[in-house]
Design a protein around this ligand. Structure first.
Ligand code: UD1
Ligand code: UDP
Length: 387
């Protein structure tokens, strides 16, 4: 087997969580062959948006933290590119691993591909077909800068083919002759690994939170379309609050700092009303193990998060998606996730349907066998073996 140096770029919360699947697989199976260097762009920096995951999920502390922080897209991304470029020139890795669709992903793709380091994209091929979404641009540009593309779902794999990627390409793989794979989802690997651990490591969590299992709805909101459009955010929250009161069920909301900022600065009265309601529990972002417990034991999930939509499927929970479209289209086709945008009537209709469900929902295995990270690492090593 070859020996390689791999740079793993993270920045936002979900990427740190995803990186844990890769770090674990390297530790367990490829520690002799792969040296992993973690670069944190610093896109997320609050303790509960970053550090907590390194500690809890046993990921090596970042070898580099670029400390970029929050800024408007161009400024944030350009600072990241500058920082990543310097690290790449110094470290001269064999390849650069990227996750998902954030500005940190895009910065990694541009910095690495321009310096001719092979880019490996995990979660390739996902498309919402809405280019006003910053993540959609990041996805397309990252995929088209990559050498190995690992698609988590059939839909993602087909999207890549329809953009001209050819599954039959043969080695040597390059940015001009990229290889696409259908792998399953590394977040499914993580869920299988951490779900049991969460129960053990977080014993007493529900008592501490004053929550009863199966007697609350889990809500997360952070997508820019929902947080930056105050009328939309207000409409969503007022509708959900009414539904909670009418159905005598608590809404647990671990809110992203972005949403809290919008509420505190632009919807202060509503924020006050929500924090005083017996039916609303707004809490700071929780750790991944706590999130797993909240997902596993809720009645239903309401979210605009990509990751949380999928986790609703892993934990077999109905999911209301506060978006107009999703890249995880198989969930919607399966009928277990419903797209409602921010429309009060649609939110109400789907919420009540799921609350009063008489049938048992089916949750087919869309996301692989829980060994996606191993598969990915093996293919990366094979690429270097064939060189
Ligand atoms: C980013 C990703 C999004 C992903 C999300 C995961 C982009 C374009 N968006 O969105 O795809 O779903 O991460 O959570 O990359 N903030 C803090 N503390 C932090 C981080 C952020 O207070 O540690 C606040 C700041 O006010 C900041 C805002 O959140 O301006 C937005 O942060 P940013 O990283 O730009 O985008 P996210 O909305 O987090
Ligand atoms: N998550 C978490 N704590 C929270 C909210 C989310 O650990 O308070 C996890 C969640 O379980 C999922 C990931 O963060 O694995 C999703 O991240 P987020 O919703 O921020 O981004 P997206 O997936 O939409 O890019």
């Amino acid at each position: 087997m070859p020996q390689i140096k791999l740079i793993n770029i993270v920045g936002a919360r979900p990427q740190i969580i995803k990186a844990s699947a890769i770090s674990r697989a390297i530790r367990n199976y490829y520690s002799k062959e792969i040296t992993e260097i973690i670069v944190h762009t610093g896109q997320h920096y609050d303790k509960e948006m970053s550090e907590v995951f390194f500690d809890e999920l046993e990921i090596h502390k970042p070898h580099y933290n670029l400390g970029v922080g929050s800024a408007i897209h161009g400024r944030q991304t350009s600072l990241m590119i500058t920082g990543i470029e310097e690290v790449l020139i110094q470290e001269k890795p064999d390849c650069v691993l990227l996750f998902g669709d954030t500005n940190s992903t895009l910065a990694g793709a541009l910095a690495a591909s321009k310096l001719h380091f092979p880019v490996i994209h995990i979660e390739a091929g996902l498309r919402s077909f809405n280019k006003t979404m910053p993540e959609e641009l990041n996805r397309i540009m990252s995929d088209h800068s990559s050498t190995l593309l690992f698609a988590p779902t059939n839909a993602a794999f087909k999207n890549l083919m329809s953009e001209g990627f050819r599954p039959e390409n043969s080695p040597p793989y390059t940015i001009n002759n990229p290889k696409i794979y259908l792998t399953g989802d590394i977040m499914y690997d993580n869920t299988l690994f951490f779900a049991g651990l969460a129960e053990k490591k977080k014993e007493g969590f529900f008592e501490k939170m004053l929550l009863k299992r199966n007697n609350y709805v889990l809500v997360t909101i952070h997508r820019d379309t929902n947080t930056d459009d105050i009328d939309r955010l207000k409409e969503i929250l007022i509708t959900l609050k009414k539904l909670a009161e009418e159905n005598d069920i608590v809404l647990v909301m671990p809110l992203h700092p972005r949403t809290i900022v919008s509420l505190k600065t632009r919807l202060n009265n509503l924020y006050d009303e929500l924090t005083h309601s017996a039916y609303i529990k707004i809490i700071p972002p929780v750790s991944f193990l706590e999130m797993i417990l909240l997902e596993k034991n809720c009645r239903m999930i309401v979210t605009d998060s990509g990751g949380v939509q999928k986790e609703s499927h892993f934990f077999r929970k109905p999911c209301i998606v506060l978006r107009n479209e999703t890249e995880w289209i198989e969930l919607v086709n399966n009928g277990t996730a419903k797209l409602v945008g921010a429309d009060p009537d649609s939110i109400r209709h789907e919420f009540l349907s799921f609350m009063n469900l008489q049938t048992v929902l089916e949750y087919p295995g869309f996301y692989g066998d829980g060994k996606a990270a191993e598969f990915i690492l093996n293919e990366i090593l094979l690429m270097f073996e064939k060189e």
